[in-house]
Every structure is written in C-alpha cells, then in structure tokens.
Ligand binder design. Structure first.
Ligand code: EPZ
Length: 418
C-alpha cells in the first residue's frame, strides 16, 4: 500500500502551478456524453477521478484519447448504452452526473448510487426532485437509480439546499428538455459556472450560472469544440494554506484570484501577507499569526473543501479558533489523526474548538478522505520529525503530482510502496 513519508519543519518557498479543477472536470466529462461530436478538453488534471471517469465513458461506448499531458479528445457519437458500470461508479461521488447526462442523451439512465468521501449522509433527494420536475420517473432498486425520462420537458425547480451536485445534474438533464427550465436556489461554485460555460460553448442555452437562478432553454443538439477547464480553487487554496502553515513564501500560479477571495480575506485577518496578480497569488507568512474563527458555507462563503486544511493551519497559531462546518454533518472525522500529532481539538457536532500553539510531532497517520488527506500532508509538513501517511489513494483522487509539486517548494516528502 502506498504511503507518504514526510520530514517536517521546512518552510515552503518558490512557485507552484495549479492544475485543472477536479470538481469541474468530473462534471464536464459527464456532460461530454451529451455532445455527438468531437471535443478537445484542455487543462484536465492527471488525477484518479479523471482516470475512473474516462473508463466509465469508454464502458458506455464513448472514445477517450489522451492527446498530450492535460489534453483529451472525447467522442461520444457512438454511445451504446445508458447503463453505467457498477464497480466504477462506487469509486467516486461524481458518478451521479451520469444520471443527468444519460437522461439528456437517451431519456433513460441506470446508474448505481454514488460512492465518494464518507463524511456523513450524502443524500441525492434534490437531484431526484429536479429530475421529477422535468417529467422523469425515478426508481431506486438494489442500489441502482433507474431514471425514465421519455416525457422529458422543461420545468421549475426550487432547491431546498444550494447543492452543487443537484444544480449541475439538473442542468445536464435540462440541456435538450423542450421548453424552459428555471432552477432556483442554485449553487454558485466556480465549477458550476465552468460546466455551464462548457455546455454553452458547445451550443447549449444556459443563463445565470453563478447566480441563485439558472435558466435553461432546451436546444436540439450540441456541436463539438475545444474547452479549457478552470484552475482548481481547492488545490490552489490547499497550497496557499500549506505555505502559511509552514511559515513560507510561495507564489501559487494559474489561479483565478477572485475564486480565492474568502480564503485570502481570512488569511489577511490572521496577519498573513497575500499579494494578488492577474493569475497568481503570493502568500507570505513570516511573522506570528493571529487565531480566527471559520464557518464553512456554499460559495462565495468559506469552502467546506478547505476546512480540514484550515484546521491544520490553525493548530500552529497561538490562541483558540472555532471552526464551524455548516455544509456536511460529519466532516471532522480526521481530527483523531491530528491528535496523534499532539493537536488539542474538541469537536461537538459541527463545531471544532482548536487550541492553537501546538508544536506538532511527526506520527503514523492516515488520510480518511480526500481533503482530510491534504490536511494530514500540511500537518506533517509543519511537524517536528517524520510522519508516515497511509491511505493516500484518497489524496491521489484530487491532487495531481502532489509529491513533485511540494518537493519543488522545498518539502521533504516521498511516496513509498510497502
Ligand atoms: C460537491 O459535492 C463536491 N464534490 C464536494 O467536494 C463539496 O464538498 C460539495 O460539493 C460542497 O461544496 C464534487 O463536486 C464532485 P452538495 P456534492 O450537493 O455535490 C446536501 C471534494 O473534496 N444535499 O453541494 O455531493 C448535502 O447533504 C468534495 O472535492 C442534500 O441534502 O455536495 C450537503 O449537506 C468532497 N440533498 C449539502 O447539500 C441532495 O440531494 C451540499 O451538498 C444533495 C445535497
């Protein structure tokens, strides 16, 4: 089983380039099923979620060719089925996007309930509510979602929660739905906007992505073309936090600074220097930092996907910080691993009280999910001595070449195979 071996205590310095956004590309790859033409997709991150999804597309009859590093040619003219592969779907959460795209393409879909990070219940009731509003019938039998959309039509959907997945999935199902679809209380994350931009560049008619109300006018078909995936907001934030936690000086390149606003503001509040360029952000943390409180919220609030990484940073800052997780009901499971390194954190439901000023000690820890894995890496980079991080397959789902990127910043990190 592969592990990371990290020797901590070295400030990160230098430059790191952010890859394409995982949570955009997993949706865009599913959206490609709607396009009966050739697509060239650029800035695709080399991560395992992409490998799994491209396998799924080929299992459905699509053709995916890696043209060069980060660039794929996708051709879904010859899809042969609307039944998704069970084992592949269980490996990730984003497989649920196959429901919306297969419904849009075939008016039918058979997709197993998704897998993905385990931090509490991860319902899909809002996805189902949206599909039903478009005239689809949904049955769940033996863990498989069977969707029938023979009478697919535009509809009105008001989401109970601003769900990223439901927003994108309903958008996918509505692209060809005759008439108009209005989606209210929509999620506004950058990756939601990127999926809408991808679809519109292929001939869809989607307006309002990035606001609370998205309007989709059904079109007859989509044409091919070339599209470049946006930079990964969460990968960028992870490196910003790692730079600050190690008291380093790092330029994070290939970012959209606007996407990082809430993290940049929180860092400035802590006394970290944040310098913004057109497509880069420099983080300098060479003096004592102040504790802060953090509350995760849907975009443009503080991203829940940066919550674990932020807790790692806050353990190194004097004083007590309060972190409230408003999006997921059980996203502090990784705290037990941090406590092995000497952290003092009290969790009560969705609130974590972080006693700062900890001199982290290297330990044998494990990645309990994707972003918890990033938290373990950051903590190990700050810790005195050596840490061994296991279950790093979670980290490889969402961070391209993390060992190479951190090593180039001066980190002592290696990947080993037991
Ligand atoms: C996406 O998950 C991301 N995954 C998650 O990132 C991220 O944490 C989450 O959005 C929130 O930003 C992908 O994009 C592949 P939601 P998703 O639907 O779509 C409730 C990572 O680390 N909800 O926005 O599953 C749900 O319980 C991953 O990259 C319902 O109640 O999240 C949660 O409380 C981890 N019913 C809230 O909404 C539904 O039908 C937000 O969930 C759907 C969601």
């Amino acid at each position: 089983m592969e592990k990371f071996i990290v020797k901590g205590g070295r400030p990160l310095t230098g430059e790191v380039a952010v890859s394409g956004a995982k949570n955009a590309v997993v949706a865009i790859l599913c959206a490609a099923l709607l396009v009966e033409d050739e697509i060239i997709l650029e800035n695709v991150p080399d991560i395992s979620d992409v490998w799994v999804l491209t396998d799924m597309i080929e299992a459905l009859g699509g053709d995916v060719t890696r043209i060069s590093s980060g660039t794929y040619k996708i051709d879904c003219r010859n899809l042969s089925t609307y039944v998704a592969d069970v084992e592949k779907c269980k490996k990730m959460r984003a497989s649920y996007y196959l429901i919306g795209s297969l419904l849009g393409r075939f008016h039918k879909a058979c997709v197993p309930l998704p897998g993905g990070c385990n931090f509490g219940t991860r319902p899909i009731d809002q996805h189902i509510k949206g599909f039903q509003s478009l005239g689809c019938s949904i049955d769940i039998r033996n863990g498989v979602i069977e969707a029938d959309g023979e009478e697919l039509h535009g509809g009105q959907v008001y989401l109970d929660v601003a769900s990223v997945g439901a927003t994108i999935n309903i958008m996918l199902a509505a692209v060809f739905a005759p008439g108009n679809t209005v989606l209210e209380n929509a999620a506004k994350e950058p990756h939601v906007v990127d999926v809408a931009n991808f679809l519109n560049s292929m001939g869809a008619n989607i307006r309002g992505a990035g606001t609370d109300v998205i309007k989709i006018k059904g079109v007859k078909n989509l044409h091919g073309g070339t599209y470049t995936v946006i930079p990964d907001q969460i990968e960028a934030g992870t490196y910003m936090i790692a730079a600050a936690a190690t008291r380093g000086d790092v330029v994070i390149k290939n970012v959209i600074p606007k996407h990082m606003d809430v993290l940049s503001a929180k860092m400035v509040e802590m006394g970290i220097e944040v310098w913004e360029g057109d497509d880069e952000i420099r983080v300098v943390a060479n003096k004592s930092l102040s504790r802060v409180n953090v509350k995760t919220l849907p975009y443009p609030g503080f991203p829940t996907d940066l919550q674990p990484q932020m807790v790692a940073l806050l353990t190194t800052v004097d004083g007590t910080s309060i972190v409230t997780e408003s999006v997921w009901d059980n996203r502090f499971q990784y705290i037990g691993e941090l406590e092995k390194m000497g952290c003092r954190i009290t969790v009560d439901g969705r609130v974590a009280v972080v006693e700062g000023g900890t001199h982290l000690q290297g330990a044998q820890i494990k990645a309990t999910d994707l972003r918890a894995g990033a938290c373990m890496v950051i903590a190990a980079l700050c810790a005195e001595g050596e840490s061994e991080i296991s279950d790093i397959r979670h980290v490889d789902r969402g961070y391209e070449r993390i060992v190479e990127k951190l090593s180039a910043l001066g980190a002592d990190i290696k990947r080993t195979n037991d």
